[in-house]
Design a protein. Structure first.
Lengths: 221, 424
């Protein structure tokens, strides 16, 4: 009796081991393997990346904490955008941050030298078949910070909007950085000392806001 | 000496003369020069036009044939608004199709325009064939794990043979003992067969218990861990191509890694930032883990299907739907993990936890994401303490480092192994 129970225990252990080890992943590890308490893994609390919740925009009319107030100009208001002033009071560190962000998000096409020859274009040998704009000199070098911000927000020709990757503060920093190096640094920005960056209290482009009626659809740009 | 020089001079004179005549001829007739046209095309036209592809403006292959009059085409390039004003039918049709007016290029001379047109004609003749034809990647599949599998099989066979030999020797030993006993006339009880021998049975059960226990415990620990998990994704998105070959920064797509808990699976508009223009894959051959060849262009077409983009019309024609990517790195709910904390304050590289991601066509889970793995890293990783505002409140450690009492501060010392940091 005792011996049989011993054998049974051993057999159960071995079979348990075989079940949990052998059929775990499948060929080429295509399966996630076994889990216990699946409610911890496939949670109802935040199940991202399914068809219901992924790629959703924030609720209309909400502003993230610490974020600048919404930008109300529409894509076609380019003339108004020219006059929009940068709402940030910039320090040197902010320009450096703008440079870092530019090299990540813009440099891939426009080049880290802003010459419109990033790794995706490479003088026309890269995979991107449209020549990115030369921001360092030429026609685009006369764009104001407001216009640069506007282009980043809405895109321009084949360039897409970067509003989903860069928040408004980051876009303004990039605009300030681009402006500071254009035409060989002909438009140096006014910088404050210290590393703090107080954002100006009034919303950006209040004058422009009055001219262009606000719309819910642009609240998150 | 003088003679030799003069002969050489005469020879050179002839070749120089031929060269001069050639140059004069070329200047007087001035055939359009496609190589000059290439430079002009790239600086003036390429932002909006491609020879083979429709971008912001139409594809330029066959542009000369489409205009009724070459003079009109020149005029159009110099000042498109003026041509539109004349009411030319083709020009107005173009404007209505693209809804954007071409900026004037008064600085281009007629010769410049001819150079550009010659370049376009040359590209058209090549059929855009200078790109995308060099698919030369001969290594489709590799099998790096074959060696270790062979070794363990060999060890198993040797163990088995030794066990059999030992068994036979034991048997021989007991038989010899029995013969010796018979000879001396000592009565020996009939030997028990080994499967009824209690000592054997106990030994076998012990061995089975140990082996079985080892595998069971390992299997149980492995429950819920997904190291090496490499699901098939709805689109064959290759990290080797994007951040690897094309040098796109990780943060370009996973912009959340610096700002939030989640690194963010990029939304489709981020794909379309580039793929509005890049509709064909032209790199080396792609293979999935099963060794099947992947058609990159067809994979981009799948993206277009999801976002509802019509590549011919260059417009979103259908409502988009989310791409059902399969999540690979999955932490259970009772663990808190924050990307921005590790990337911004901790200054960690993505590769520390995600492995050599820029070399992988298909992403697999590099780390086992177990608690032991987290804790080990927190014990050994030194915090970048200097010039990091995040850690400015740890004044005692700053003082100790300054005094030379400690040379560095690990994550554990700033509370990185406290239970409540990750479980609450």
């Amino acid at each position: 009796m005792k011996r049989t129970s011993n054998i049974l225990i051993a057999a159960a252990l071995v079979s348990g081991a075989l079940v949990s080890v052998s059929c775990n992943r499948g060929e080429n590890n295509r399966k996630p393997g076994r889990i216990y308490m699946p409610d911890m893994y496939e949670s109802r609390a935040y199940e991202f990346y399914n068809e219901k919740v992924s790629s959703m925009k924030p609720v209309d009319g909400t502003v993230k904490r610490g974020e600048l107030l919404p930008y109300h100009l529409k894509a076609e208001d380019t003339a108004l955008a020219n006059g929009v002033k940068n709402p940030l009071i910039l320090a040197k560190a902010d320009l450096e941050e703008g440079k870092r962000l530019f090299n990540i998000y813009c440099g891939i096409c426009h080049g880290t030298k802003l010459d419109g020859n990033g790794p995706l274009y490479k003088d026309g040998t890269g995979p991107y078949v449209a020549a990115p704009a030369n921001l360092a000199s030429g026609a685009k070098a006369s764009y104001t910070e407001g216009r640069l911000f506007h282009v980043m927000t809405y895109g321009y020709n084949v360039m897409g909007s970067y509003a989903s990757q860069l928040d408004r503060t980051q876009r303004w920093k990039i605009a300030a950085y681009i402006r500071s190096v254009q035409n060989g640094g002909a438009n140096p920005p006014t910088l404050v000392d210290g590393d703090t960056k107080p954002a100006a209290a009034p919303a950006p482009a209040e004058a422009a806001t009055a001219a262009a009626p606000t719309s819910d659809s642009t609240a998150h740009k | 000496m003088y003679r030799r020089v003069s002969i050489r001079m005469r020879k050179h004179f002839v070749s120089v003369l031929v060269l001069c005549v050639g140059m004069i001829a070329s200047f007087s007739v001035r055939a359009a020069d496609p190589s000059k046209g290439k430079a002009l095309f790239q600086s003036n036209c390429a932002s909006c036009h491609n020879v083979q592809k429709k971008l912001t403006g139409p594809a330029l292959a066959g542009v000369e044939g489409r205009w009724s009059d070459k003079k009109l085409l020149h005029q159009w390039i110099h000042n498109s608004a003026a041509v539109l004003a004349t009411g030319d039918q083709y020009a107005n049709a173009l404007y209505n199709e693209y809804k954007i007016s071409m900026p004037p290029f008064p600085s281009l001379s007629d010769a410049d325009v001819d150079d550009i047109l010659a370049y376009i004609a040359q590209q058209e003749a090549q059929g855009g064939g200078d790109k995308g034809k060099d698919n030369s990647n001969p290594n489709p599949t590799q099998n790096p794990e074959e060696g270790s599998a062979n070794n363990s099989l060999l060890f198993g066979i040797i163990t088995l043979i030794l066990a059999v030999v030992a068994l036979i020797l034991l048997q021989i030993n007991s038989n010899l003992n029995k013969l010796a006993a018979d000879k001396e006339g000592v009565a020996v009880p009939e030997p028990v067969p080994f499967y009824k021998n209690k000592a054997y049975i106990a030994l076998v059960i012990l061995v089975m218990f140990m082996v079985g226990g080892y595998f069971t415990i390992n299997g149980a620990i492995g429950l819920g861990r997904q190291k090496d998990y490499m699901p098939e994704q709805p689109i064959f998105f290759s990290h080797k191509v994007h951040p690897g070959m094309n040098q796109i920064n990780c943060l370009y797509c996973h912009a959340g890694a610096e700002k939030s808990k989640h690194a963010m699976i990029p939304s489709e508009n981020i794909c379309m930032n580039c793929h509005k223009v890049i509709s064909e894959y032209s790199g080396g051959d792609l293979f999935n883990a099963e060794g099947k060849k992947i058609n990159g262009t067809a994979e981009i077409a799948k993206l277009y299907e999801y976002v509802g983009w019509d590549a011919n019309a260059k417009a979103y024609t259908k409502p988009g739907k989310p791409i059902p990517w399969t999540k690979i790195h999955n932490l259970p709910d009772h663990v808190y993990f924050n990307h921005s904390q590790h990337v911004v304050a901790g200054k960690q590289q993505c590769q520390t936890c995600h492995g050599p991601i820029t070399e992988e066509d298909e992403v697999h889970q590099f780390a086992d994401l177990s608690m032991g793995w987290c804790i080990n890293c927190h014990r050994t990783t030194k915090v970048q303490f200097a010039d990091n505002k995040y850690y400015s409140i740890f004044e005692k450690f700053h003082q100790d480092v300054k005094d030379g009492k400690i040379d560095s501060v690990t994550v554990e010392m700033v509370g990185g192994t406290e239970c409540q940091k990750c479980h609450y």
